[in-house]
Design a protein around this ligand. Structure first.
Ligand code: C2E
Ligand code: CA
Ligand code: CA
Length: 270
């Protein structure tokens, strides 16, 4: 081993151990980031994306960026994925009780699609919590389609038949062809933050404009991720209707804070 490789292996094993401990001790939490529709001067909250966090033994929060890949490689993602779906259903119940009509999105990774496992888990939870499938959305990344497109398509179709919505995440960063995207049973395209970051430059804004055009032509809703500044918001007026997600509105929040955000936002917009 070179030293770099050994360090990589150590940190990999360390994360794997943290994951196992966190699973044993229920040390995962979920946060929700608001999604706000901008449409002809009307802005309203349409949903929220659930983002997972892991706590270490001292309670320090660990970003999914450092553990999702390990969870996928070790198969532990199945446990995490199931947990987050159930957590989403519980959050939906809480929001419904308060008459907050938003759609909650969960991220799903490729492993969850093996043997259509995710379809079964979604069905079970929707039944168990007796929620409307309309209130749940699944976000999948383009990288899913690097494997067997037809198999994935079949799973997505089944999820759609249950009544859920489907979004393609990080759109524009993967390698899927437009014809693949056009053939998928999906509702929404999410434009990656990498594009948002260049929105105020001319090439960047042309790229966003092209992607929004693709989304519109396919009859899909468009979400733009990682919006942070009012200058970006101003620029995005040209692309309405468009759903904004990013620190401009809010960082991912605990459920109770997401609820306050929704209530306060409603008060402002009325
Ligand atoms: P993602 O699905 O693309 O989620 C968006 C990420 O961008 C989130 O990072 C969010 O906190 C961050 N973000 C949102 N708005 C802004 C902004 O204005 N500025 C900046 N700098 N960042 C912003 P997070 O929560 O660290 O999640 C990272 C990735 O981890 C997610 O990317 C997703 O791929 C994955 N992930 C998170 N939760 C889950 C989960 O429950 N299951 C799976 N399979 N993956 C998850
Ligand atoms: Ca996502
Ligand atoms: Ca994304």
């Amino acid at each position: 081993y070179s030293r770099g490789l050994q360090e990589k292996k150590n940190s990999y094993l360390y994360i794997e151990q943290l994951l196992k401990d966190a699973i044993k001790n229920n040390r995962f939490i979920s946060l929700i980031q608001p999604k706000v529709m901008h449409n002809k001067g009307y802005n309203y909250i349409v949903g929220g994306e659930i983002l997972i966090r892991m706590k270490d033994e001292k309670g320090v929060l660990i970003s999914p960026e450092s553990f999702i890949k390990v969870a996928e490689d070790t198969g532990l993602i199945i446990h995490l994925g199931n947990w987050i779906i159930e957590d989403a259903c519980k959050s939906i119940i809480e929001l419904q009780k308060l008459n907050i009509p938003v759609q909650i999105a969960v991220n799903a990774s490729i492993k969850q699609f093996e043997n259509n496992l995710i379809v079964q888990v979604l069905k079970e939870n929707i039944e168990k919590y007796n929620i409307s499938p309309r209130s749940l959305e699944i976000e999948v990344t383009e990288s899913l389609f690097k494997s067997d497109v037809n198999k994935i398509k079949e799973s997505l179709q089944l999820i759609r038949e249950v009544g859920l919505s489907i979004a393609i995440d990080d759109f524009g960063t993967g390698y899927s062809s437009l014809s693949t995207i056009a053939s998928l049973p999906i509702d929404t395209l999410k434009i990656d933050k990498a594009f948002t970051d260049h929105l105020l430059e001319s090439t960047g804004s042309e790229l966003v404009s092209t992607i929004v055009g693709i989304s519109e032509n396919l009859g899909l809703k468009t979400v733009i991720e990682g919006v942070e500044t009012s200058a970006q918001i101003e620029k995005l007026k040209a692309y309405e209707p468009i759903i904004i997600q990013g620190y401009y509105y809010s960082k991912p929040l605990k459920l109770e804070d997401f609820i306050s955000f929704c209530k306060n936002y409603r008060n402002i917009s009325i």
